[in-house]
Design a protein around this ligand. Structure first.
Ligand SMILES: Cc1ncc(COP(=O)(O)O)c(C=O)c1O
Length: 375
């Protein structure tokens, strides 16, 4: 498939440069959603085995997405779901510390702050707009640090954390390294076979172009072994032996792998089927091809931004390129520029007085030139 991908939209003549907020559904996913809806209109079309097949297919495609084993994938409904299950599943001692970047998105922080009653201390560490070097992180670690949790790409600055160097440091120090990949995965590639990371979570409705209410989590087997789970879900336990569901007890929970942490309601036809179709579509297009296309768009965007008018908050260097360009006006307000963009039928986001432009596989060079002409 060649990019830009024209099986998205139509966008009614608008330019959607806001994947960091909401990824659109490709046509194959719309078709999958229609089929799922039709089966709910005519329930005789729903076959029993689909209660097993729908989550199984999604788990399989997610494993391919991040080069991981299916048994390490948890099906969720958001990015928060995965972080919350790690925070709730670990055994904590009073005084244990969790380190988070001071400027991170709340989804990466809140699951830890609610642990206050167990005596866990959440320390917000100073960063460069959400990103830090391994050296800076090293100076913050101490013998009480149990977890470091960062967003891969910061939602407000577009700055990216180098997972390899931060993860290696944490591994050497015996600290768990947990990543919220929401603003990276789908545009950037992630290889769980090769990274020193313990847990990764992501929502599915931004760069992964799924419906709202989708998400997943990848858990290293060693982390799985440390997590206590006080849930047992009949549907996951039944698995493909649907007919034997009433003979199942919780004794085989341990054989389920990470699936024992799944969100309930995993035969989620209306959400999981279109999301699976989107993810298969991404794999067909080639994750590396999407990454290259998006990098090309970002490079053109960043090269064309008038530095007399705008500060570039996200980074320019290819080694620090993330998924979005974030710019701040040197004079005037972001709101005023947003009005001009809106009149030109260009959709971007305003966050903290900055403009965030997030192109994806359906965007073209022409889209980038349109935004540059208005800026
Ligand atoms: C870094 C980050 N994490 C998570 C989310 C969404 O969180 P959730 O999927 O838990 O609703 C966003 C969305 O705005 C985000 O930018």
């Amino acid at each position: 498939m060649s990019l830009p991908d024209e099986t998205f939209g139509p966008f009614d003549g608008r330019v959607w440069l806001n994947a960091a907020h909401q990824g659109p559904l490709p046509r194959v996913a719309v078709e999958a959603a229609r089929r799922a809806l039709q089966r709910k209109v005519q329930p005789h079309l729903i076959r029993d085995e689909e209660f097993h097949l729908v989550p199984a297919r999604l788990r399989s495609v997610l494993a391919r997405l991040v080069n991981a084993r299916e048994s390490d994938i948890v099906l969720g409904n958001s990015a928060s779901f995965g972080l919350q299950l790690i925070a709730n599943g670990l055994e904590w001692k009073p005084g244990d510390e969790v380190l988070v970047p001071d400027d991170d998105f709340p989804a990466s922080i809140l699951p830890w702050t609610v642990l206050k009653h167990t005596g866990v201390v959440v320390r917000r560490i100073p960063t460069n707009d959400g990103a830090m070097t391994a050296g800076a992180l090293a100076s913050q670690l101490n013998e009480r640090t149990r977890v470091v949790c960062v967003s891969w790409v910061n939602s407000f600055s577009g700055r990216v954390n180098d997972l390899r160097s931060l993860g290696s440091l944490c591994r050497n120090e015996g600290v768990l390294f947990v990543v919220n990949a929401t603003q990276g995965l789908g545009s950037l590639t992630l290889d769980m076979g090769a990274l020193p990371v313990d847990g990764v979570t992501s929502c599915g409705f931004k760069w992964l172009c799924g419906p709202y209410g989708t998400g997943f989590c990848w858990l290293h087997p060693d982390l799985q072994a440390q997590l206590e789970s006080r849930q047992a879900y009949w549907l996951t336990l039944a698995g493909e032996r649907w007919n034997e569901m009433d003979r199942r007890d919780d004794s085989s929970l341990g054989d389920l792998g990470a699936a024992r942490f799944d969100v309930f309601g995993t035969a989620n036809f209306l959400n999981f089927e279109p999301w699976t179709a989107s993810l298969e579509h991404f794999l067909d297009a080639g994750l590396g091809t999407i990454e290259q296309h998006n990098a090309m768009l970002l490079d053109r965007l960043v090269a064309g931004i008038d530095s007399a008018e705008w500060w570039l908050i996200s980074r320019r260097a290819p080694s620090e390129r993330s998924t979005m360009a974030v710019i701040e006006p040197r004079r005037g307000s972001a709101g005023e520029a947003m009005s001009r963009l809106s009149r030109a039928r260009i959709d971007v986001a305003e966050r903290r007085g900055r403009i965030r432009i997030s192109p994806h596989l359906y965007n073209s060079i022409d889209d980038i030139d349109r935004v540059l002409a208005v800026l």
